[in-house]
Design a protein around this ligand. Structure first.
Ligand SMILES: [Zn+2]
Ligand SMILES: [Zn+2]
Length: 536
């Protein structure tokens, strides 16, 4: 039996574990890679997935970093069953279509940019709305706790992962040549006591556990202080007549923020003249799905509903569907709370709201979720003074708040807690879905507390699993991380710089206006190098 890691290996996005067992080839999740250009280029390398050779797909939850490449695989010939829970299927139907729409819009924007510059061959969209609809037709719903058999010799069960509505950990029992090997894929593990969803369940023990490690390096602050921090941001911008901009995943995080605002309103901490605007068509449709699935809510939210109180309702709440309505938000003067996607500011309407507000002293930008390396959101939480939006550098004058207590992920101690019983049963552990520094810290703690060594696979790495004994590893380093030729690049810059300096006497002889043009070009280069150095 073999597992290959096609994503979420020393990164948090692109979750995809391809398994070969019982004569079948299938994957657990097939998420989109999100981050800088080099990371996102992995989305285009469809060969590594070999879609036509996949027999089925198991999805842990609807987030795009776990499901976003489904339409791509379908376009490239995958046409078999995609298993998931009922709520995940409902969410996927709207999320995949939304993701495809974003891809189409982005490709259109790129094409126009290419045409303006006289360039040829812009990239086509990663996939289209039609591909997403075809993918949605393959969804096959299975209930939590119910064993299903996607292939002979292979039994699977979903357990509630408490991360978002419908989210699951997956336990597989695989029988090959009379040997039985069990695997658990934790999926994203939720945070105990989170609003709306139930606490994460722990599946029965298994030979191997593949555990997420997003927050392997730290714990979260508790909810009480999260609500206080959100109230602080609201007061900060309200007294200054400015807006609070909240980049949030449209699914779960937006509903959690609405729930928290509902509680703040009940306590009289949300000013009556501060409208709350949810500017994301996807979030609106997702909120409707939440309202239809209240049986999956935790006891507190159920109690609220039993008392006829809608946890997502606010007196001054508005939803904006069209892009005209969205643009109109930026013409509203005065304070408001604007919740929009994407949560990591790498796509979607949120970028317009940042462009209109981030340079305004008195405005607040409130981050409520994990910001992956390479995304604009990550740069902002790491105190960038300037940010590039739509090709333009914008000054950061708004106050940046980072509220970890809204995170949909277990913190470090909760991960250790979740893992403990498995370790006591002799499980072998593989850490996935985390950035390298966080994974190393977590692996160190695990070694210290439980005396086991966690494997931390890299992108494209393969593990041959056996019932007993250490898994054998095949690495593909050169393909996973193409070498960066720093020597060549620096030599090229130096060579061209020497040519320019040689020609400087000729520059000085040019007419003055022409010289000022060249001066401007050189100043831009100086600025680019200054920014590069400032990152070191
Ligand atoms: Zn997730
Ligand atoms: Zn994830």
């Amino acid at each position: 039996m073999k597992v290959q890691f096609l994503g979420a290996a020393r990164t948090v996005t692109g979750s995809c574990h391809v398994i070969e067992a019982c004569g079948r080839r299938f994957c657990v999740d097939c998420g989109m890679h999100q981050g800088n250009r080099a990371i996102e280029a992995r989305n285009r390398d469809v060969r590594v997935y070999r879609p036509r050779e996949l027999d089925f797909i198991l999805i842990t939850h609807a987030h795009i970093d776990h499901s976003g490449l489904l339409p791509l695989l379908v376009r490239e010939g995958f046409d078999k069953a995609v298993y998931c829970t009922g709520a995940t299927a409902s969410l996927l139907r709207i999320m995949l279509e939304d993701s495809a729409h974003i891809q189409e819009m982005e490709a259109l924007r790129q094409r126009e940019k290419y045409e303006r510059r006289g360039l040829k061959n812009p990239l086509p969209p990663l996939y289209t709305v039609e591909d997403a609809q075809k993918a949605a037709n393959l969804l096959t719903v299975v209930e939590y706790h119910k064993t299903f058999t996607p292939a002979p010799g292979l039994n699977a069960v979903y357990y509630d992962a408490g991360h978002i509505l419908g989210s699951a950990s997956l336990r597989l029992e695989i029988t090959e040549q009379d040997e039985n090997v069990s695997l658990i894929f934790s999926g994203d593990i939720g945070r105990k006591g989170a609003l709306i969803v139930r606490d994460p369940e722990r599946p029965p023990a298994a030979d191997y556990v593949f555990m997420e490690s997003t927050y392997g390096d730290r714990d979260h602050k508790n909810e009480v202080s999260s609500a206080d921090e959100l109230a602080e941001a609201i007061t900060y911008s309200h007294t200054r007549g400015e807006k609070v901009i909240i980049p949030a995943f449209a699914v779960e995080r937006t509903q959690e923020i609405l729930y928290c605002l509902h509680l703040l309103h009940r306590e009289g901490r949300l000013p009556g003249d501060m409208p709350v605007i949810v500017d994301s068509p996807l979030a609106i449709r997702a909120t409707e799905i939440f309202q239809r699935n209240y049986d999956l809510f935790d006891d507190e939210a159920k109690k609220m509903l039993a008392g006829n109180e809608n946890p997502f309702a606010l007196p001054n709440l508005r939803f904006t569907l069209s892009s005209d309505e969205s643009r109109a938000i930026n013409t509203i003067c005065g304070p408001a709370v604007v919740i929009s996607a994407s949560g990591m500011c790498n796509a979607g309407r949120i970028r317009h709201h940042l462009r209109h507000n981030i340079w305004r002293p008195g405005a607040s930008i409130v981050f409520v979720g994990y910001q992956a390396a390479g995304t604009p959101g990550r740069k902002l939480v790491e105190n960038a003074r300037k940010i590039t939006l739509f090709g333009e550098d914008v000054e950061v004058a708004a106050r940046i708040f980072t509220i970890n207590g809204f995170s949909g992920h277990a913190g470090q101690s909760q991960l250790l807690d979740w893992l403990k019983p498995f370790v006591l049963e002799g499980t072998r552990l593989v850490l996935v879905h985390g950035e390298e520094p966080a994974q190393n810290i977590l692996a160190g703690l695990i070694k210290q507390q439980f005396n086991i060594t966690a494997l931390i696979p890299d992108y494209l790495e393969e593990l041959a699993l056996e019932k007993s004994g250490q898994p054998r590893t095949v690495k593909h380093e050169a393909a996973a991380k193409p070498a960066i030729n720093w020597d060549f690049l620096t030599a090229e810059v130096e060579r061209k710089w020497a040519i320019f300096k040689d020609k400087l006497p000729l520059v000085r002889e040019r007419p003055w206006v022409e010289q000022t043009d060249m001066e401007e070009a050189l100043a831009k280069m100086d600025y680019a190098i200054t920014r590069l150095i400032s990152r070191l």
